[in-house]
Design a protein around this ligand. Structure first.
Ligand code: SF4
Length: 356
């Protein structure tokens, strides 16, 4: 007699359906208040946020003073927000040298920059299987890239139409795909516009943020003095390298000829930095006996120009006006030579050559 057939015991897990997948958004995170709030608003709605912080050679990165980038690693984050750093290298510099949509007030190509960042963020979104993008942009806050008519153009340029949710201004903008698909509750988003931060600060308090960074005006490309140096470089070079850009960040700059540029350190730290940045083709100049600046020249020069650079070094040295100042110079690989020049009476003689 065979044993009676019995129904197998149901597994205790069989009735448990897989939990619904949480929506995932990729956020552009500068670390400033607006991008934090945008990510927080979504995290509060149950969206997992993968925040991307872009670093560029123009001060948009953690640890860079005076830049648009605040260090997001130092910010108190919601558990649903994870941060990733991404470096935009030569491709970003190439874009800044030749932006399709031109520059803002200084050397900031904000439209092309936003389009590139959104395109990169969207590639990352696709790679990790996320659903949509979010930014901390506020309608009307920035004159170049945050205008109503420009935002759709940037999305089109980046190929991300309908996928960019701007939680702080969402109610003032057409619904995005994420809202239409019900991944996000539009009613819980904001209708903030303009340059005032009052509403953001109120929202920050409501969301329990205890402190937030002070507003930053943008990356180094929005700085007028850096902008002038950058445009001088652009006028004389078709292409720029990371080192070319690093040189623009320090020292006193002089354009001697279209092919010849000189940078003088303003203090010991800058002199050491210049020396470290120097590449094979650059020549170094420094006073042989007096205390004074190190200079780096980039570009072809003749004997008269070598003397002119030595005078520049002498005029910023501690020697007395009219005193003979030996200045050593040479390429990295070759032996140093020395030229003796008289310290000019005034720095004003070089004013016309300065890129300030
Ligand atoms: S200020 Fe403009 S150019 Fe600079 S990072 Fe922001 S969007 Fe880009």
């Amino acid at each position: 007699m065979s044993a009676p057939e019995t129904e197998p015991e149901p597994s205790p897990h069989a009735a448990e359906a897989a939990p619904p997948r949480r929506p995932v958004a990729v956020s552009l995170m500068s670390g400033g208040l607006d991008s934090q709030l945008a990510a927080r608003l979504l995290a509060e709605q149950g969206v997992d946020v993968r925040a991307l912080t872009f670093m560029t050679s123009f001060g948009c990165g953690p640890g860079e003073g005076g830049a648009c980038g605040h260090d997001p690693a130092k910010l108190p984050m919601h558990p649903s927000i994870k941060i990733k750093l991404a470096h935009l290298g030569q491709e970003y510099i190439d874009m800044v040298m030749h932006p399709k949509h031109g520059y803002g007030k200084n050397a900031n190509p904000c439209i092309d920059c936003r389009a590139m960042m959104l395109r990169w963020a969207d590639e990352y979104r696709e790679a990790i299987g996320a659903d949509f993008l979010i930014t901390g942009e506020v309608l009307g806050q920035r004159p170049m890239s945050q205008r109503r008519g420009v935002m759709p153009r940037i999305e089109e340029e980046a190929g991300v139409e309908g996928r960019v949710l701007r939680p702080l201004s969402a109610k003032l903008l057409p619904p995005t795909d994420a809202e239409k698909q019900g991944l996000v509750d539009r009613d819980k988003l904001c209708a903030i516009s303009g340059r005032s931060r009052k509403k953001q600060i109120k929202l920050a308090k409501e969301l329990g943020l205890k402190k937030w960074p002070s507003p930053a005006g943008g990356c180094l490309l929005t700085d007028p003095s850096f902008g002038r140096r950058f445009h001088d470089l652009r006028k004389h070079q078709e292409r720029a390298t990371v080192t070319d850009i690093d040189f623009l960040k320090i020292g006193r700059h002089f354009r001697l000829t279209p092919q010849l540029k000189v940078v003088l350190g303003r203090d010991l730290r800058e002199c050491e930095h210049l020396e470290a940045l120097r590449e094979e083709q650059d020549w170094l100049f420094h006073p042989a006996e007096h205390s004074g600046p190190t200079a780096v020249s980039r570009g072809s020069m003749d004997d008269a120009q070598i003397e002119q650079i030595a005078e520049l070094v002498a005029v910023y040295s501690k020697a007395a006006a009219g005193e003979a100042v030996p200045v050593s110079y040479g390429p990295e690989a070759g032996p140093e030579k020395t030229v003796v020049v008289k310290k000019p009476a005034s720095r004003g003689l070089f004013a016309a050559l300065a890129v300030v």
